[in-house]
Design a protein around this ligand. Sequence first.
Ligand code: CP3
Length: 384
Amino acid sequence: MLPGRFVGSRAACLAGVTTLCYETIPDVQLCETIPDVTVRQEKSPFIQACRREPVPYTPVWYMRQAGRSLPEYRKVREGVSMLDSCTRPDLITEITLQPLRRYDVDAAILFSDIVVPLRAVGIDVDIKAGIGPVVGTPIRASADLARLRPLEPGDVPYVTEAIRMLVTELDDRPLIGFAGGPFTLASYLVEGGPSKNHDRTKALMYGNPELWHALLGRLADITISFLQIQVAAGASAIQLFDSWVGAVGPDDYRHAILPHTSRIFSALRSTGVPCIHFGVGTGELLGLMGEAGADVVGVDWRIPLDEAVRRVEPGKALQGNLDPAVLLAPWDVVEERARDVLVRGRTAEGHVFNLGHGVLPETDPGILARLADLVHAESIQPET
Ligand code: CP3
């Protein structure tokens, strides 16, 4: 091994994946290490729950906790487009940290978007305010596939730089990296924008399996690189958001999507970081989503967590699943519903408290702060 230092994921270092965590630098002794800021993250309740280890209390974070409902987010975003803000390490760092100043959450999630790696390889995608991702020239024929070239670390230097800054700032709180799942990314590319029923995407899946698998193969390659880059920079867990995959039934999921998702999780396995797999409306897919190889299966609010436990194979932790709309109701309703989620979550081998989908823009941040405290207080375990 050339002289250098260990950076990034402790888990990757322990797993010996030096390409992910060893940086060669001149003028240092062999194997000199920097103070490893990620070692304490291994002992954080969030990572412990993902690994199904005993926890002092149930950890909590919120999908889409950054942005949207925070006035300080809207302030720093003034005059900066969504995707431009995702390429500025200073803004990425600031926005990622904003929710942690308000809520006692157990993890941060990187401020970015699922279309960032697509734009980084040259896809003409933009995020239009109030609409979502819009793709100028959709991908619908095999000739279009060449536009989905592999992602290199040099394509997203701002992600690496932001994560390195964040890991130092966050100290013992883990940072979750993320990427879009294959069906969800394919849907934006094929439809050309947000879609209710994903009809064109499913037409391609049913009508041209060869092109479909070639497309998902390329998306999986991009996703694997994007996630590996985040772990190499210091992310201590990752979440795959296949948000819209609930649009397909179990048989189609098994044949058309699962092989690609499995390849993503297999490629991440050697990094040693816990992987979370999430989708909306996936009650009938939960077992297969577990089989795809994640450590944690994310559950939306349509199915009680104890039922999700029965549907997911043993050896998995669960994440979820308070309906985000409950947070718009009076506090006594929030309290009652949150307690119910915690009680049902106790039947899982590991439970990370979360909403069943992202924070709604109109949510009062004060309620999110109170909810994090409630989850901790209600779940505290007596020291043994
Ligand atoms: O937790 C966080 O807040 C971290 C940041 C984050 C964003 N997007 C920032 C964002 C995360 C984790 C995402 C993931 C994402 N992006 C998903 C998966 C999660 C989910 O909600 O199911 C999806 C499907 C997208 C695609 C996307 N990006 C949509 C549909 C939209 C528009 C609707 C919306 O949520 O506002 C976006 C835009 C987007 N991504 C915004 C933010 C903060 C709003 C844009 C703005 O502030 O101008």
